[in-house]
Ligand binder design. Structure first.
Ligand code: SF4
Length: 416
């Protein structure tokens, strides 16, 4: 059996089942099609129709749009969202007024140079308004073509996109370009839907690769998810003889901007440099179990390192600074603004100056700067550490988990 060309079957279906009464089809002139195409970029037809009619009533011509104040254009757009589209429309109308005498251009190059008009939108305007033989590739059409031709790969990839553009151009009929363009959009909207497509009713289902090979639900391929970035840093819990912990105000920009936090070892800094910079003189150091925090774009592992300043109280001057504050572990109510996972970490520590019994009884010694990444690795030297040979005190690295309050978690995963 001979299969008719894709376009013939689609046009035949469109004549019987397509949309013929959309307001921008009567009359189907470039300015009206342009406004409708831009409104439809992120919005359903049913939502767009009343906005389109109000917009056209107020701005019936390119010139009236170009001459209107931007505030008024935005007011007529309010509710459609993505306001850059309205600003681009207004800017394009001004450009048409000055460069094309107020008449919407009918050449592809001129149309595609207007703000907010890409290749597919330019094609849709020229094909519908002037019957030009130019392909479109909006979201609906991409889905139809990817399934019908069995094109795997995310359509946002240049290689896949180029394949789909080629196919879209190959299918173009010689005549009825306006109807054909509307037909491709209608098919994607009503039959080849993203969910539950109606393949039994499809006019091009006979030679559809996705249907034949049971790939309908797999095509088009979804956008690949990028692996989230993983970062880790040491957090220095410098504790004085009174059981106070040093916190510093974070820079206004960056993670936890403006909040207080124990010093973090900056990327590229050695541990010793960071300790010196923090003003601490630790005699012992213990790695605590890491905590995890999820930011919008990356996951952060905080490796707490508890540093005891041997018998020293807070240095004079440091405690009075706005930027550097010693906070009492025993008085969480007096703490300044801390990031949630840091507050949780500090709350998990025992407030008194002495170690918990389990740690006090330990006979194992640690160096002042052991590995902080995990409790189990706390006896090894941390990356970049240049630990000073200061006397060690009795504090077991293997007992570090016992310094956390019962029930406290070593993990905090939350998106900020
Ligand atoms: S047969 Fe199904 S998957 Fe293929 S184009 Fe038609 S509706 Fe889409």
């Amino acid at each position: 059996m001979t299969t008719l060309p894709f376009a013939d079957r689609l046009l035949d279906w469109f004549d019987r089942h397509g949309r013929h009464d959309l307001p921008w089809q009567h009359p189907r002139e470039a300015y009206r099609v342009w406004i409708s195409e831009v409104m439809l970029q992120q919005t359903q037809v049913a939502t767009v129709i009343p906005y389109f009619e109000r917009f056209m009533a107020r701005f019936p011509t390119v010139t009236s749009l170009a001459e209107a104040p931007q505030d008024e254009v935005l007011r007529h757009w309010a509710g459609l969202g993505y306001y850059a589209r309205a600003r681009n429309l207004h800017a394009a109308a001004k450009q048409i007024a000055t460069q094309h005498g107020g008449r919407f251009p009918d050449h592809y190059d001129a149309v595609s140079e207007l703000p907010g008009i890409g290749r597919s939108t330019a094609g849709a305007i020229l094909a519908q308004a002037h019957g030009q033989r130019i392909a479109i590739l909006d979201g609906n059409v991409r889905r139809v073509l990817a399934r019908h031709a069995g094109i795997a790969g995310w359509p946002g990839q240049p290689r896949v996109q180029a394949q789909l553009w080629d196919i879209a151009e190959q299918h173009l009929p010689q005549l009825r370009l306006a109807d054909y363009t509307q037909a491709t959009m209608d098919l994607g909207n009503s039959v080849c839907r993203s969910r539950a497509p109606l393949c039994l009713l499809c006019p091009v289902g006979e030679d559809c690769v996705a249907r034949r090979e049971d790939l309908v639900s797999a095509l088009p391929s979804p956008k690949p998810t990028r692996a989230r970035k993983q970062r880790s840093t040491q957090i220095l819990l410098i504790r004085d003889a009174q059981g106070q912990i040093l916190v510093r105000r974070r820079p206004p920009v960056g993670i936890w901007g403006g909040l207080y936090c124990p010093p973090l070892v900056a990327e590229g800094d050695s541990l010793e440099t960071a300790i010196d910079d923090a003003g601490g003189r630790p005699q012992t150091a213990q790695g605590l179990p890491p905590i995890h925090h999820a930011f919008t774009h990356f996951d952060l592992e905080l490796q707490p390192l508890l540093l005891d300043a041997d018998g020293q109280a807070a240095k004079p001057g440091i405690a009075e600074s706005d930027e550097r504050v010693w906070i009492k572990l025993s008085d969480p109510g007096s703490w300044p603004g801390l990031p949630a996972p840091v507050r949780k970490l500090l709350e998990s520590l025992d407030p008194p100056t002495g170690l918990p019994d389990s740690a006090k009884n330990s006979s194992q010694e640690t160096s002042p700067c052991p590995a902080p990444s995990t409790a189990s690795s706390s006896t090894s030297k941390p990356k970049g550490s240049t630990a000073r040979p200061t006397p060690a005190r009795s504090a077991s690295a293997s007992s570090t988990t016992s310094r956390r309050k019962p029930g406290s978690s070593g993990s905090s995963t939350r998106r900020d």
